[in-house]
Each structure stands twice: as C-alpha cells, then as structure tokens.
Ligand binder design. Sequence first.
Ligand SMILES: [Zn+2]
Length: 72
Amino acid sequence: MKEPIEHACPQCAGTRLELRVEQSITVEFDHPDGHDVKDGPSGDLEWDDGTKATCLTCGYAGTLKEMTGKRP
Ligand SMILES: [Zn+2]
C-alpha cells in the first residue's frame, strides 16, 4: 500500500482526496427478488497511479497520478 501523503490536488493543492478503490464481496443471488451478502468486503484497500481520485476541496477529478500537487 502506498502512502497517500505524496499526493495533492494539482488545482488547489488540497490533500483530501476521495479514491475509488475496489474490494471483493461474496453475494448469493438465491432469491428472485433479492440477494444475500455472504462474506466480505475482504482484502486491503489498495490504490495505484491509475486509481480514480477526486479532490474533496475543489472537486477536481483525475487519476492519482495526476494528483501531484499545485503546478507552479
Ligand atoms: Zn482541489
């Protein structure tokens, strides 16, 4: 897992980012009108350069790779 402290919004330099991460759950679709979540979520939350990120300060959206801080 990478440390998120190296990332900041390129538009406002905000460091509070919402990351779109994936996890796994086990779901049983055994009802015609519903389902049961049997297990999960499991696994660590992980992200990388391609993870979608949104700045919670100004709303800038991009990949985590783009979140390199305010441009001069
Ligand atoms: Zn921002």
